[in-house]
Design a protein around this ligand. Structure first.
Ligand code: SF4
Ligand code: SF4
Length: 236
């Protein structure tokens, strides 16, 4: 399995990385394999914006995203990739409502991926705060572990939280699924499984995406993978 086999739409030609010419960005979006699945034309009806949670709270409209891409105004599309599209919550309500079977959220996903691969400044600025979340997901498989569910951290979760946070080890042992009987991670994962997962991330370009977004995080993740590789190979 290779990066090209799994994500041919990501245009991994090294010459493309860093190319932020507006026409080239628009071309990358429109030549994505998913583009024809997410955009079939647009009635400009605004149903997508009317049902979009981000439209309710931010200066953001999926109708405008679709209309701008369809207009072919490359500079306007590039400007949107700098900030505008990052307000999308990727909930895909728009895709369920659009009478034209468009997926504005899917279009935004393509635009974001192009922005990442082309190393746009917005990516570094807007995704940096998510580094800690990503590291948690990569290292323990989830953002939240059972032992993090403590009353002090979640005062708004109601009166049952104190009960839920006591005797965690015993309660988790009562769960019949063996992989869930841990408290410091969401589920038990063997080093071999983690290593296989990291190998897939490596082969399919996920680590390259992380390197592109946050080189410091990539260093930390690389060290983690290296330690795991040593551990797994020493037991073989
Ligand atoms: S709901 Fe569909 S057709 Fe209507 S404006 Fe949005 S994308 Fe266009
Ligand atoms: S996927 Fe994005 S654009 Fe679509 S409804 Fe959700 S937040 Fe709005």
């Amino acid at each position: 399995m290779s990066e090209e086999a799994v994500m041919p739409h990501l245009r991994l030609d090294p010459d493309d990385v860093g190319d932020q010419d507006a026409e080239s960005l628009l071309q990358a979006i429109k030549s994505d394999l998913r583009y024809e699945e997410v955009i079939h034309g647009c009635l400009n009806c605004g149903v997508c914006s009317g049902s979009c949670p981000s439209h309710r709270f931010f200066d953001y409209s999926p109708r405008i995203v679709v209309q701008t891409v369809l207009s072919g105004d490359a500079q306007a599309v590039k400007d949107m990739m700098d900030e505008y599209i990052w307000a999308c919550a990727q909930c895909y309500t728009c895709a369920m409502r659009c009478p034209f079977h468009n997926s504005p959220g899917g279009l935004v996903m393509i635009m974001r991926e192009v922005a990442v691969w082309r190393g746009m400044e917005a990516v570094h600025r807007l995704l940096k705060p998510y580094g800690r979340v990503l590291l948690k997901v990569l290292s323990i498989g989830n953002q939240l572990t059972p032992d993090m569910i403590q009353p002090d951290f979640f005062p708004d979760w109601g009166p049952k939280i104190p009960w839920s946070s006591t005797d965690l080890a015993i309660k988790r042992k009562a769960i019949p699924v063996y992989t869930l009987q841990v408290t410091t991670s969401a589920w038990r994962v063997s080093p071999e499984t983690s290593y296989e997962l990291y190998t897939i991330y490596e082969e399919t370009g996920v680590f390259r995406l992380i390197e592109q977004i946050d080189p410091n995080l990539y260093e930390v993740v690389s060290d983690m993978v290296e330690d795991l590789r040593d551990m797994v190979e020493s037991t073989r």
